[in-house]
Design a protein around this ligand. Structure first.
Ligand code: CP3
Length: 347
């Protein structure tokens, strides 16, 4: 196992393993990024995708929220489309929009463009993670990837989508092509997570951000086999595998079943109800509404107390927001929140 003993004993990894913790660990999805002035400063004049390929810059950006907020884990600064770019898909990340694909994947012939990913395709990932783990000491580094459904949605639609209509048209209209597309993406994603774990990531999160658009029966039939394949690909490393999506209240049980050790819950489902839906044997991560951080401190504390109370009976709770930090969030509110959770849960 690559995780050093001090990191293995961190509150974050203990909570992932459902062991007793000195305090409830905290990290935030999108903790690195536009809410931080120091991030805006170092990113000035550098395009998002270019920044992901600059190991020293990635190291600095990943460390910024750890230094500032004293969060219990770092998340590798990158984006879910980086492995697609690395295998030659022509795409860009447009500010204020998100990933845009030059030529969407819509036919069987298009699948040939999704070749396997090898470590040689992403040398900057290995380099950045090695630098990071050296700097982080006992603080764990979370690697991540986009799940097959969410990646497929960007590839098929050609960009962000509210209703995923072309994606669903393929899923329902050509189930064989759909299954083959998701299987290709599962191979690529599994390989990408392996690179991150081999380089030193001590946990991984699979983001299926948009899968909440599906009903459980469709998830089980058309998505779960591919997500399960990703989790299986990294099972032998023994690092905790976190699974998260937005609006996935009805899918929580299945998302755990796909092979996650930790299931992320958004703010729509209370943590105790989330635990009931996920079932025994898994830790839970969540779930303060990120918009709550725009309210006064007393309100933030009250809503945080509600999350902590709902999670009090859980074996293994990692405090997080129900989705990513919004760019306009006051960074001081995040620092105060980390302090508050630590203080409220210390024993
Ligand atoms: O701190 C962290 O959480 C690590 C950084 C991170 C980024 N993207 C950096 C980023 C992570 C974990 C992601 C994952 C990601 N990317 C997801 C899954 C997480 C989620 O929010 O559900 C998704 C769906 C994407 C696709 C994507 N990339 C979107 C929707 C956007 C935002 C577009 C915009 O400008 O509002 C991006 C761009 C992006 N990825 C930014 C950052 C910091 C903003 C671009 C910038 O700072 O210039």
């Amino acid at each position: 196992m690559r995780t050093p003993p001090a990191t293995r004993d961190s509150a974050f990894l203990k909570a992932c393993r459902r062991e007793p913790v000195p305090h409830t660990p905290v990290w935030f999805m999108r903790q690195a990024g536009r809410s931080l002035p120091e991030y805006l400063k170092v990113r000035e004049g550098i395009a998002m995708l270019d920044s992901c390929m600059m190991p020293e810059l990635v190291t600095e950006i990943t460390l910024q929220p750890v230094r500032r907020h004293k969060v219990d884990a770092a998340i590798y600064f990158s984006d879910i489309v980086v492995p697609l770019k690395a295998i030659g898909i022509d795409l860009d990340i447009r500010p204020g929009v998100g990933p845009v694909i030059a030529e969407p994947i819509r036919t069987r012939a298009d699948l040939a463009r999704l070749r396997d990913l090898t470590p040689e395709d992403v040398p900057y990932v290995t380099e950045a993670i090695r630098m990071l783990t050296a700097e982080l000491g006992a603080t764990p580094l979370i690697g991540f990837a986009g799940a097959p459904f969410t990646l497929a949605s960007y590839l098929v639609e050609g960009g962000p989508s509210r209703n995923h209509e072309r994606t669903k048209a393929m899923m329902y209209g050509d189930p064989e092509l759909w299954a083959d597309l998701l299987d290709r993406l599962a191979e690529i994603t599994g390989a990408f997570l392996k690179v991150q774990i081999e380089a030193g990531a001590s946990a991984v999160q699979l983001f299926d951000s948009w899968v909440g658009a599906l009903a459980p029966a469709d998830y089980r039939r058309s998505v779960m086999p591919a997500s399960a394949k990703v989790f299986d690909a990294v099972a032998s490393y023994g690092v905790p595998r976190i699974h998260f999506g937005v609006g996935t209240g009805e899918l929580l049980g299945l998302m755990g079943e796909a092979g996650a050790d930790v299931v992320g819950v958004d703010w729509r489902v209370p943590m105790d109800e989330g635990a009931r839906r996920v079932g025994p044997g898994k830790a839970l991560q969540g779930n303060l509404d990120p918009a709550v951080l725009f309210a006064p401190t007393e309100a933030v504390e009250e809503k945080t107390r509600e999350v902590l109370d709902a999670a009090a009976g859980l074996e293994g709770h990692i405090f997080n927001l129900g989705h990513g930090v919004m760019p306009a969030t006051d960074p001081d509110a995040l620092t105060r929140l980390v302090e508050y959770v630590h203080q409220q849960t210390a024993h």
